[in-house]
Design a protein around this ligand. Structure first.
Ligand code: ATP
Length: 345
């Protein structure tokens, strides 16, 4: 078994499987049966940021259902750029599984933002292409507003079904879906996830997030149209003031060095920004979980739950073989069963 070390997921790298652990599914190495195409079957992997959605989708797609392609449904990851800051899955982690709508979109004057309606039309056309290739589409990403926009038979772009004012109002949801969907929900205990996310931010900072953001701000930051869509990515607003003060033009170094202990103001500004990034990431996860529960309880989506809490805990305790085993047993195997069952229905 070998461990891949990726630049920004050092401590949480999941072990790849040993060669003895080969796919045993009867779907493996087969093109997707025509029933998938006829019934417009798709797999939707849901869950808050950090729960392991991307990893699960690639594990399923590459090992058990090799005729699969993945469509990203994270509204920030659709934009080109800030790969570390937005936590896009890296190329080696994609394990040759084809990904769509991931880092493809550039903002322009006429089209600054990629909206839920854009996602609905782009993703449905990608799904048609994937199905026509006799392959199985996986929708994977944390933006539940995008997932709802794509799947609802009737979608009203003017209506935010998740807004506070619609809380508890189940009739806002269109309950009919455009596809036959298998919903996999990667659930995780929030306190454990929060601990993991705080550590993930430190890892991302160590792996080049600051360098990436320094370059983003040097090139005009959110003032430049091409960066427009990314301006809401967690890390950009939080570090904006820091980079406005500490930059080359001001002759002030933005990097934090040990000598910066003397520059109290700089250290405080930096630490405040990092704390805000951590808080906002945890808030995002909590809101995402709330939306998933709304889709289950309000829209009536039949979510099949798998639990990645133990594997996340193991990841924080050093990862390695133990974590890989827990991940495999508690997340991948139950998911494989669910998907197989769905494909046979
Ligand atoms: P929704 O399901 O409503 O589309 P979401 O879960 O994708 O939402 P928001 O609640 O809109 O996300 O996001 C909260 C904040 O987190 C926003 O500022 C958003 O831009 C930011 N954010 C969301 N996803 C990412 C990401 N992958 N990387 C960085 N920031 C993100």
């Amino acid at each position: 078994t070998k461990t891949h070390h990726f630049p920004y997921k050092n401590n949480y790298t999941f072990l790849s499987l040993s060669s003895s652990n080969k796919p045993s599914s009867r779907w493996a190495h087969m093109s997707t049966p025509s029933v998938v195409r006829r019934h417009r079957k798709i797999i939707v992997i849901m869950g808050p940021t950090g729960c392991g959605k991307s990893k699960l989708s690639v594990d399923l797609a590459s090992r058990f259902f090799p005729s699969s392609e993945i469509i990203n449904s994270d509204k920030i990851q659709v934009y080109r750029g800030l790969d570390i800051t937005t936590n896009k899955i890296s190329l080696p982690e994609r394990k040759n599984v084809r990904h769509h709508l991931l880092g493809d979109f550039d903002s322009s004057d006429s089209h600054p933002e990629f909206t839920p309606s854009d996602f609905r039309s782009s993703a449905s056309s990608v799904i048609s292409q994937i199905l026509s290739r006799r392959r199985l589409p996986f929708i994977v990403g944390g933006s539940n507003s995008f997932i709802y926009a794509l799947l609802a038979k009737k979608f009203n772009p003017e209506l935010d079904v998740f807004s506070e004012s619609n809380a508890g109002e189940d009739s806002v949801f269109c309950k009919e879906l455009r596809y036959s969907c298998c919903f996999l929900w990667v659930d995780v205990s929030l306190p454990v996830l929060n601990q993991y996310l705080v550590k993930r931010v430190d890892d991302m900072l160590e792996s080049g997030m600051l360098e990436e953001l320094a370059e983003y701000f040097e090139n005009g930051g959110s003032d430049s149209v091409s960066k427009c869509g990314l301006k809401k990515a967690i890390g950009v607003p939080e570090l904006e003031r820091y980079f406005q003060t500490y930059n080359k033009n001001n002759g002030k170094e933005w990097r934090m060095d040990d000598d910066d202990d003397e520059d109290e103001e700089k250290r405080v500004a930096y630490e405040e920004a990092v704390r805000a990034i951590k808080d906002n990431t945890c808030q995002l996860a909590k809101r995402q979980l709330g939306k998933i529960l709304r889709l289950r309880d309000g829209a009536g989506w039949d979510l099949k739950r798998v639990d990645s809490t133990a594997s996340l805990r193991a990841a924080m305790e050093g990862g390695g073989r133990r974590m890989a085993d827990i991940w495999e047993r508690q997340v991948v195997e139950p998911s494989v069963k669910i998907v197989k069952q769905f494909l046979m229905e």
